[in-house]
Write a protein that binds this ligand. Structure first.
Ligand SMILES: Nc1ncnc2c1ncn2[C@@H]1O[C@H](COP(=O)(O)OP(=O)(O)OP(=O)(O)O)[C@@H](O)[C@H]1O
Length: 500
């Protein structure tokens, strides 16, 4: 298939954008939904961009440009003045148009450092149009990949890598926080490869039991043990000449890691109880939200999996994508209710620990509330998630209570709110929270892995941890509460980051 390459959205064709980032303005929300995702990409130098109802032109690759156009946008320009240090000053127009930065009304000029622009700054004009100011290190480009939306450079870069590696047959390791789209990316690699006609076989390595993992992966010979009178194929046989997606590879039971290494190295594996090897030409795509170098993980296997590594960026580092993601996620639902611009600005400013999956859940809740005539704020939507349900079967027992005597609960009966509350009530200590919830420690690990808010200490950026530790005076429990991550794992990570 031939895709049109990129289209410039401003006259920058002779620009050396490898050394100087482009200043981009992306439409996150507009009363005309077709405009969401359109961009203006400005200069690299100290040019001033004048933004008003009629200029500049916003467009997407391959389309005509249009100004913001909306009647609520002033005819007087808001000026974006960039200096030699990439500091940006927003000089307000001489008009009554309400200007909000980060959801707060501003009355005077606003100065934004290069780092603040890099975080993505949300600018709401006339309470109707929401824009994101951000840097681009490449030009807008139409490089679609099924299921992966996003208009910023990070998304374009990920899609470029996926389209490049998909036909190659190399093993791919997808790294990224929960909810960043690793599974969608694995599906896309398969769909864009020559194996697309065959099925994609998926295994969640975290769900494999120690005892059964080898049989699940490599199959069982007939009569291998009493419960297995017939031979059974494993996923490597099922995915022969197809693609095998090993999700949560960091949780692969230790016993099968050398077997995985062997099959990845030469294609050979031995079913449980078999006298002879079999071969599989499965192309392996693996995913993890853990730092596999720091984790207890077979490093030789890691090197085999790393044929090509793609890092899926967290949503908080690509706020410019939030508009098109909302359109995509709401488009998948009945009743695509128009969200208020103020709510979209709040969504765009939030940090999304559960990434796109969490955004999707929050939107579902927002649509429900809007359907009932209630206009929610982000706080309503996120707090709802944090509160235990009104009819929770049993609230978590306070710390120290003899919970052992009580019967065990089914982990599936617990809501995300129950888990979050138990962790918060027990100083982010997994053992104590598991006791209070009356589930086993491994079950709680599983719930934590899938939790949209609780983070894995391994995936929190070093700088964030260092800042939080400083703010908490080195108190790991307080820091764990701030970062919403289990205290033990945070302590381990901190020791690795700052030995001694
Ligand atoms: N770029 C994107 N465009 C559209 N939807 C996305 C994008 N990224 C993620 N999603 C949506 O977010 C949800 C979570 O994605 P996915 O399951 O692929 O994440 P993941 O990284 O595999 O998460 P986990 O590590 O928790 O398994 C899905 O509903 C997916 O459709």
């Amino acid at each position: 298939m031939i895709y049109s390459d990129y289209t410039l959205t401003s006259p920058l064709s002779d620009l050396d954008h490898a050394t100087a980032p482009l200043l981009a303005v992306t439409i996150l929300w507009h009363p005309d939904p077709a405009r969401i995702g359109e961009q203006f990409v400005g200069g690299t130098g100290s040019d001033t961009i004048e933004l008003n109802r009629y200029a500049p032109l916003f467009m997407r690759p391959g389309s005509e440009g249009l100004p913001l156009g909306h009647g609520g946008i002033s005819r007087q320009p808001l000026r974006l003045v960039r200096d030699a240090h990439d500091t940006l000053t927003l000089a307000l127009p001489a008009s009554s148009m309400v200007v909000e930065v980060g959801g707060r009304v501003v009355k005077d000029a606003v100065r934004l450092t290069a780092a603040q622009v890099a975080e993505g700054q949300v600018l709401t004009l006339g309470r109707a149009v929401v824009l994101c100011l951000h840097w681009m290190d490449r030009l807008p480009k139409h490089n679609p990949v099924p299921g992966l939306h996003g208009v910023g450079s990070a998304s374009i870069g990920v899609r470029d890598q996926l389209r490049m590696v998909a036909p190659s047959g190399l093993p791919v390791l997808l790294l990224g926080e929960t909810g960043t789209g690793k599974e969608i990316a694995a599906r896309a690699i398969h769909a864009l490869s020559s194996r697309a006609a065959a099925p994609l076989v998926t295994v969640n390595m975290a769900a494999l039991g120690e005892a059964t993992a080898a049989a699940e992966l490599f199959g069982v010979e007939a009569g291998a043990h009493a419960g297995e009178p017939a031979a059974r194929d494993g996923v490597f046989a099922q995915a022969d000449r197809a693609t095998l997606f090993l999700d949560e590879i960091g949780n692969a039971p230790a016993a099968v890691q050398p077997m995985l290494l062997r099959v990845l190295e030469g294609g050979d594996y031995r079913p449980v109880g078999a006298a002879q090897d079999r071969r599989s030409s499965a192309r392996v795509v693996a995913a993890s939200d853990q730092d596999l170098e720091a984790a207890v993980f077979n490093q030789a296997l890691l090197h085999r999996l790393e044929g090509f590594v793609i890092r899926m960026p967290p949503l908080r580092t690509r706020r410019e994508d939030i508009g098109v993601l909302i359109v995509d996620l709401l488009g998948q639902q009945e009743g695509n209710a128009g969200l208020p611009a103020a709510l979209v600005a709040e969504l765009a400013c939030w940090d999304w620990p559960g990434n796109v999956r969490q955004l999707s859940h929050v939107l579902q809740r927002a649509v429900l509330m809007l359907g009932e005539g209630v206009v929610p704020t982000l706080d309503d939507l996120v707090r709802t998630q944090r509160q235990p349900p009104e009819e929770a079967p049993a609230p978590p027992a306070p710390r120290g209570e003899a919970a052992d005597a009580a019967p065990r609960r089914r982990p599936s009966a617990l809501s995300d709110g129950d888990v979050l509350d138990a962790m918060a009530a027990h100083d982010w200590n997994i053992q104590a929270a598991a006791q209070a919830l009356r589930i086993s420690r491994p079950s709680l690990y599983k719930l934590l892995e899938d939790h949209p808010v609780i983070r894995r200490a391994e995936t929190i950026p070093e700088n964030d941890i260092a800042r939080a530790m400083e703010a908490c005076g080195g108190d790991v429990e307080r820091c764990a509460a701030t970062l919403k991550t289990p205290a033990e794992a945070l302590r381990r990570r901190w020791r690795l980051l700052r030995p001694g």
